[in-house]
Design a protein around this ligand. Structure first.
Ligand code: LMR
Length: 387
């Protein structure tokens, strides 16, 4: 029984937070977990969100349950933001963050008879755990060369043959975690042809809209893809672009033919009910208030533009640096919070122990966590371990 449980290894991402906290050095640099930090190293509540919170506290009439689907207006607004008009027919349910949405989607896949999920690798370290927790098999599909920082789309599509009809494939919508390398329009078109040929259910993980090139630009590829496929599952997160990390804001959307939507919706309700019953309200209410008030929405867009601007500036500084064996210009041209450096384990350990630079075990760096004042020290450390 409980005595038989073995100790699990720590989560590969969350353990970095702990290691960093426990490091007494004051000049350490945290490029671990994906949170945005401003020039002072703080992760402030966005002003538009703060204002929405004020209104909520003042005006929220009740704390009764939000219902099985969660906040329907939140889902309508966030769906419109991401999918435009085509999202109107999608089935949706509020989720406990983007992670919760991924889990709901995986449970739905399993209940629909899927057995495998193709996972283009490298991927977010929590993807395999979520897929396996839903009792699905993870099938890795290598698609990216970290040394050259390039996507191999043909290798990825060739990997589709490893799955059976009805299985799924996880595709990241934009600002890939951990690679920062996004699919072009042509690649999204090829992917749509590939999933249809092999009868796969695409599962799009879209957690960073607005962190790449802009709110609209970041979802152009995913929208094009979705317009071409009959079925799709999409996990959205409000953690990053609304800075609502700890409030666990997310939603799951499903594109399905009209005659199957009622079944999809009721299955999602049943999965959620047996897990956490109904979703939390606060973060989703904040997003609803921001998106439904033109002035607050504008304020939020400007704050998001500034966050993206800071990441672009950091990437430009990285692109200008010359580091042995690392194609810095490609890293500079990538999008979103993350990139993965071609480093060996010993180099990652040395960066941490000798220079106080923390990144994940697979050398993912959080661009949004690298303040300008630490850039030179970071580059010096990188030069030292690669020379
Ligand atoms: C990350 O990848 O660092 C974030 O998405 C945080 C998390 O939940 O892992």
């Amino acid at each position: 029984m409980l005595n038989d449980l073995a100790v699990k290894p720590p989560d590969p991402l969350l353990k970095i937070i702990k290691m960093f906290r426990e490091d007494p050095r004051t000049d350490k640099i945290d490029l671990g977990v994906g949170v945005f930090r401003d020039d002072n190293g703080a992760t402030p509540v966005m002003k538009a969100v703060k204002e929405a919170e004020r209104r909520l506290v003042a005006e929220q009439p009740t704390k009764t349950y939000v219902g099985q689907q969660g906040d329907v207006e939140f889902q309508r607004l966030i769906g419109e933001l991401t999918f435009g008009e085509q999202g109107r027919d999608f089935v949706s349910i509020q989720a406990v963050g983007g992670t919760g949405a991924l889990r709901l989607g995986c449970d739905l896949l399993r209940d629909s008879g899927a057995r495998r999920v193709l996972l283009p690798t490298p991927s977010w370290p929590n993807h395999p755990a979520i897929i396996r927790a839903a009792r699905l098999e993870v099938v890795g599909a290598p698609f990216f060369d970290v040394a050259t920082q390039q996507i191999d789309i043909d290798a990825l599509i060739a990997g589709f043959a490893k799955a059976e009809k009805g299985d799924s494939i996880i595709l990241q919508g934009c600002c890939h975690n951990p690679l920062g390398a996004d699919f072009s329009r042509q690649q999204w078109e090829k992917l749509a042809d590939g999933v249809m040929k092999h009868g796969l259910i695409p599962f799009i993980d879209l957690a960073y809209q607005g962190f790449g090139d802009g709110l609209e630009q970041d979802v152009e590829g995913a929208r094009l893809f979705l317009s071409r496929v009959p079925h799709a599952i999409i996990a959205l997160s409000g953690a990053k672009n609304f800075g609502l990390y700890r409030e666990r804001v997310g939603a799951l959307f499903v594109k399905a033919p009209a005659q199957t939507r009622a079944a999809v919706q009721s299955n999602l309700f049943a999965i959620a009910r047996a897990n956490y019953s109904m979703p939390p309200d606060h973060g989703a209410s904040c997003v609803r208030l921001v998106l439904s008030d033109p002035a607050l929405k504008q304020m939020w867009i400007e704050e998001l533009d500034a966050i993206r601007g800071q990441m672009k500036k950091t990437r430009a500084a990285l692109a200008a640096a010359r580091i042995n064996s690392i194609p810095m210009s490609r890293i500079g041209a990538q999008r979103g919070m993350f990139s993965t450096l071609p480093l060996e384990e010993a180099q990652i350990v040395r960066l941490r122990e000798e220079f106080g630079v923390y990144m994940t075990d697979l050398a993912r760096i959080n661009i949004a966590g690298l303040p300008e004042r630490d850039m030179e020290r970071f580059l010096t450390a990188l030069r030292a371990v690669t020379s």
